[in-house]
Every structure is written in C-alpha cells, then in structure tokens.
Design a protein around this ligand. Sequence first.
Ligand code: 5GP
Ligand code: ZN
Length: 112
Amino acid sequence: MNDCLFCKIIAGEIPSDRVYEDDQVVVFRDINPMADVHLLMVPRAHVAGLNDLDETHDALMAHMLRTLPKLAAAQGLTDGFRTIINTGKGGGQVIFHLHIHLLGGKQLPGFG
Ligand code: 5GP
Ligand code: ZN
C-alpha cells in the first residue's frame, strides 16, 4: 500500500497541473507557488529523497538535471532559474518522494 502523495499524482489519482512528462519523470506546478513559476520535478519511481539514492539512480539523476534547463526555457525563464532539493525534516522536506523545485520569474530573493 503506497500512501505517497506524489506517487498518487504520478498515477493520476490526484489531479495536478502537469507541464511535462517522459518515461522517467513527471513535472507539475506546485500547489503553493513561491515564485511566478514554481514547478516540481519528480521521478516516476518512488525514491524518498537524496539520502536514498545509490548508483542505480545515476542515469535518472543525470536525466533530471539535464531536463531542468529545457523546462525553464519552455516556461520563458530566459534570465535564469533556481533549483532546490529539500532533504529530511531538518532540510524542510515535507513530501518524502524526491523532488526538485524549479523556481523563476521576477528577481528571486538572495540567500542570507
Ligand atoms: P518540500 O517541502 O517537501 O520540498 O516540498 C513539497 C512541495 O509540495 C511544497 O512546495 C508544497 O507546496 C507542494 N505540494 C504539497 N502538496 C501538493 C499537492 O497536492 N499538489 C501539488 N501540486 N503540490 C503540492
Ligand atoms: Zn512516491
């Protein structure tokens, strides 16, 4: 029994505003956007987070990273974009299905 919210979104059991999908990933809009553009990229395979990766995920992770700039361009983010991966409770992770936030639009605030 899989109670993972993002697995349900991937399966289409919970609706989402999907902007991209392929055989390895699904990308949809964050329900609570923190920027003009705020996407979440998730692998179709359930992986809880960065701590759960091993070498079998290397091709998937490379694919995810290499797909991000294409998504940003498709969203009109010609000036740049930000990516965030929260890991564990201490890192602010709330949904324990690995996801990369892609944010952009108006000038994003700096850190610190
Ligand atoms: P985390 O804090 O785990 O890195 O980020 C989880 C993100 O998932 C949050 O930005 C939150 O707004 C988003 N989120 C939570 N529930 C849903 C949902 O049901 N649909 C969508 N599209 N995003 C969600
Ligand atoms: Zn999942």
